[in-house]
Write a protein that binds this ligand. Structure first.
Ligand code: SF4
Length: 286
């Protein structure tokens, strides 16, 4: 008998290639994760990333048939089988909260993202999951300019899906430090606007301490000002759902792991207060 807890994000818990269950701290129930990055490859390399043996790259060729089969089997196990009992899930968490495209890398890097979303939605529609549950795409947002990704977001939107769009810094230096990406601020802004135009979008932001980099990162005044300016610019153009602020909850599996640590709830709340002044909803998770 196994147990799944809010700390357990083991992608192999049920032995499937693409599907993994998570009892989610943020959502308060079962999140069905879909990992298309089975090669642990991402186009970014965030210092807090929990992907083991992370490499730079894209998702491998996706086996749509296997994805559909695994998802259908897992949904049947949850809805008609004994999944909750087998994994000793607490009674109040025995509810499917979301189907999350989020894996060991950037999900939109898969070369048939639209077909992946369509396959997932087709299977889920057939399974008749009791409402309310929602589709979530957890993304670093760097590939939203791709037409195939936009088509997938439109489909997500038709099914009330949400995008959680990563913005850990609004400066080039901050993104290089935290995310190891060279994406420009202009591209980040444009992609965020595109995302919010196509589908309901939350900004998700990880705030952390980085030893030796106390003068950089989102805890500094310069970074916070740039971040607030970016949000201000975005909300003049398009509606976003709000901001999810959190810190490091589980150990990083990257080389920088020993240098990073979570920040205090008061620090997150202080920052949240300033974001709320822009008229945005902010959810703080510690
Ligand atoms: S974008 Fe996500 S998967 Fe990619 S390195 Fe960052 S945290 Fe890891």
């Amino acid at each position: 008998m196994s147990q799944l807890t809010v700390k357990d994000h083991n992608r192999d818990a049920i032995g499937f290639k693409y599907i993994y269950p998570v009892i989610s701290r943020r959502s308060g129930g079962l999140s069905i994760g879909i990992n298309v990055n089975t090669n642990n490859a991402c186009n970014w390399a965030c210092v807090y990333c929990q992907v083991p043996d992370l490499s730079i790259g894209s998702a491998p060729e996706l086996d749509l048939e296997l994805l559909a089969k695994e998802l259908a089997e897992f949904l049947q196990d949850v809805l008609q089988g004994d999944f909750y009992d087998r994994f000793e899930i607490e009674q109040d968490k025995r509810v499917i909260k979301d189907i999350a495209l989020s894996g060991n890398g950037e999900p939109t890097s898969v070369n048939n993202f639209y077909l992946a979303t369509k396959t997932i939605i087709d299977v889920v529609e057939q399974a008749n999951i009791p409402a309310p549950f929602q589709y979530v795409l957890i993304t670093n947002g760097s590939l939203i300019h791709k037409p195939d990704v936009q088509k997938g977001l439109q489909l997500f939107n038709q099914h009330k899906g949400h995008v959680w769009f990563k913005v850990d810094s609004a400066t080039g230096a901050g993104r290089r430090l935290i995310n190891h990406t060279a994406i420009s601020t202009e591209q980040q802004q444009n992609n965020l606007i595109l995302s919010a135009e196509l589908c309901k979008t939350w900004v998700q932001t990880c705030v952390l301490s980085y030893a030796g980099h106390e003068k950089e990162g989102l805890l500094t005044k310069v970074e916070q000002a740039a971040y607030l300016a970016l949000l201000k610019y975005i909300i003049q153009k398009v509606n976003i759902q709000g901001v999810m602020l959190y810190s490091v909850a589980r150990p990083s599996l990257q080389a920088q792991a020993n240098y990073i640590s979570s920040v205090k709830e008061e620090q997150l709340e202080e920052f949240a207060k300033n974001i709320r002044l822009l008229g945005l909803t902010v959810k703080v998770t510690v």
